[in-house]
Design a binder for this molecule. Sequence first.
Ligand SMILES: Cc1ncc(COP(=O)(O)O)c(C=O)c1O
Length: 379
Amino acid sequence: MDNVIFNIPLAELRQRGSQKWTHYPAEVLPAWVAEMDCRPPQRVTEVITRAMSLGDTGYSEGDWYAETLQTYAKRRWQWDFDAATQAVGLPSVMHGIVHTLDHFVRPGSGVVINPPVYAAFFSFLKLGQYEIIENDLTPEGRIDLATLADTFAGKSGSKPAAYLLCNPHNPHGTVHTREELAAVAAVADEHDVLVISDEIHGPLVDASATFVPYLDVAGTENGITITSASKAYNLPGMPAAVAVAGVNAAERLQTMSPAVTHAPSYFGILAQQAAWDHGDAWLTQLNLELEQNRQHLAARLAAELPTVSYTPNKSTYLAWVDCTATGVANPFQACLDQGLALTPGRAFSKRAPQFARVNLGTSLEILDLVIDKMVAALG
Ligand SMILES: Cc1ncc(COP(=O)(O)O)c(C=O)c1O
């Protein structure tokens, strides 16, 4: 298959000023932070270029951002909600999560997360002064429903007020099933725990799997979803997000401070609306190329580095690799010594020091360089 999305040469990528390409010295190959080595859908470039040429750099007006998500969600996932009564705009997913918690639960409350999980879940909850209550995924990377019930009941520490679900899950790429989500909702209601589902990776799912929006599951009327086009369409430099509340939480969501709900940037909204409205073909191709990259990584690791264990999942452009059997105490450092920057497992769980996360959102050529360095470091 020809790469249409991931076709930018390394020399051109090195001209980028974003975090992925500037955090480490130029000789280090970056495969860490979740930015992709591609251009966004063509319409995004056109809309932003047009706005710049008009000097159209003001504030956003109206509710069309959330309305665009409503149309997209219905077309893509047959998930129906009413943007006018159930949704508000937010500055970004992570800021939105903290603001939503601030609005719905008492300061300092316990919030459950499922390590290994996106590192900013830890840092933003700490910033918001919430107590982090850890309920690990199972070794297969699924929500551990048996222990989650005990955690919600307060049996493993404080009684939590909220649960921050990563749907699909970063870093495993687990796509939670409708049955799992229904079980989460039931146990959350039983223990009066607010579920906030971060669905920023929702569109990044292979055609052979089905992403299930949390609020599309029966029994989730008390929950809240927060999402954005920024991850799937590679627009983290143009942030904006939407919170959608289940019907029982909608009225309260609408009373969130305008200081928060008026905060999404006009450029974030412009870019993300163009992506949602006109990015379907681009996204289909992206998901094909990501599946190709997952299979390529799995095949080369099996052949050349069998002590590294990797099970390709069906979502995200992130690979969660277990380097325990290599005997290398600090795989992240060993790779860095070979000029490769991965994300250390410790960033996702203190119990995963011998794991690493590999960013697969790149060309096959660059992925091969990444794997070459992994083989040299860990073989
Ligand atoms: C699960 C998850 N949530 C949120 C974000 C970041 O979202 P934002 O930049 O809108 O805060 C990321 C980025 O990788 C992510 O993986």
